[in-house]
Design a protein around this ligand. Structure first.
Ligand code: ATP
Length: 336
């Protein structure tokens, strides 16, 4: 079975071909990089409009070159796309491209929740059965656990996503987007600077920490020290709540998803916490952590196999699509 995935919820215009028999995933991505400031929804949508046809075309060329010699056409069984959450103008372009491609190829359409895809790619590649997932991405931060046919949100940010919070801090410093890798680099040169630590029950908040970090820089604290304090504080918060989610669910498997998961210090803290409690930890390789169509194609294949496809007339996108709205149809004995 071969599935095309299309992703474009915010900054990454991406298409992928997933071959479920070989487990090979080929991804073609074209990132939107703002000239200044953060992600501007209109500019991001303009980028999607130009880049999605290009990345899809490259993946279709690859599909043609690798199609089974016994089949006909491109040897594609379904088209999966990100239905949300994400920026509405970007999602609409992705949805239109996916519908057009599915209809042109006369194959079913699969509508994927982007955050569930961040989780499922980790579950798929780790081989874990029922992990808790920490999604640490740009626009989101939450802990997911499976119960009774759905991924339940065990804890989440009460304000901004974790990556967006870091990016807001770096915008204050006039650093270019994305800020996360730059904070990671500078933090290595700094000493810990104390910042507020905000965990309430299973939820957490980043906005007060970011204001305190901006104030500290304005007050003359060395920027490396603020970066070090920022990373230690927000990643300790995420690690604390991840540990509590493991404890509450009785699960001993943790997977990491989302672009902030590329951060070495976050992975180190989570791995150390898991080791101390005898749990297993898995973080996918970076190409599957940041936004990418590979994870959409892989979850799309599981959903397609479970018969979880949608009609074009019902395939509208949803910028606020929460993971717990998704009925999980694909988990079971015939899952690959
Ligand atoms: P979502 O999946 O919620 O829609 P998103 O579309 O913003 O999020 P992701 O690719 O998951 O995209 O994450 C992008 C974020 O990851 C950006 O905020 C960026 O600063 C952050 N990021 C990237 N690399 C690192 C790093 N090494 N350390 C910390 N943050 C990082």
């Amino acid at each position: 079975m071969r599935i095309v995935g299309i992703e474009g919820t915010a900054w990454a215009a991406s298409a992928a071909l997933y071959d479920a028999e070989t487990d090979d995933v080929v991804i073609e991505s074209d990132p939107y990089e703002p000239d200044s400031g953060g992600i501007h929804p209109r500019e991001a949508a303009e980028h999607m409009g130009a880049a999605i046809p290009e990345v899809v075309s490259t993946i279709l060329d690859h599909a043609a070159a690798t199609a089974s010699e016994y089949g006909d056409g491109l040897d594609i069984d379904a088209v999966a796309f990100s239905r949300g959450p994400g920026l509405g103008p970007c999602l609409r372009i992705v949805g239109t491209a996916a519908r057009a491609l599915a209809q042109t190829l006369s194959v079913p359409l699969v509508g994927v929740n982007h955050m569930v895809a961040h989780l499922e790619i980790g579950r798929h590649r780790s081989g874990f059965e029922s992990p808790v997932c920490l999604n640490a991405s740009g626009a989101n931060a939450h802990l997911l656990g499976y119960h009774d046919g759905r991924y339940r949100i065990l804890g989440e940010t009460m304000d901004t996503g974790v990556g967006n919070a870091i990016d807001k801090f770096t915008r204050h410093l006039d650093w270019s987007h994305p800020g996360g890798p730059k904070v990671e680099k500078r933090a290595k040169e700094g000493k810990y600077h104390d910042l507020p630590y905000v965990v309430k029950g299973m939820d957490f908040s980043f906005s007060g920490i970011m204001s305190a970090a901006k104030d500290a820089v304005d007050d003359g604290v060395p920027v490396e020290d603020v970066c070090a304090g920022l990373q230690e504080t927000i990643f300790a918060m995420l690690t604390e709540v991840a540990e509590r989610a493991l404890s509450l669910t009785g699960t001993d498997e943790l997977v990491l998803g989302g672009g902030v998961g590329q951060n070495e210090r976050l992975r180190e803290m989570l791995a150390s916490m898991c080791e101390q409690r005898g749990a297993e930890f898995y973080a996918p390789e970076p190409r599957f952590l940041r936004d990418n169509a590979g994870m959409i194609a892989v979850l799309g294949a599981k959903m397609f196999r479970a018969g979880d496809t949608i009609e074009v007339s019902e395939s509208s996108v949803d910028p606020n699509f929460r993971p717990d709205e998704v009925a999980v149809t694909w988990r079971g004995s015939d899952e690959s």
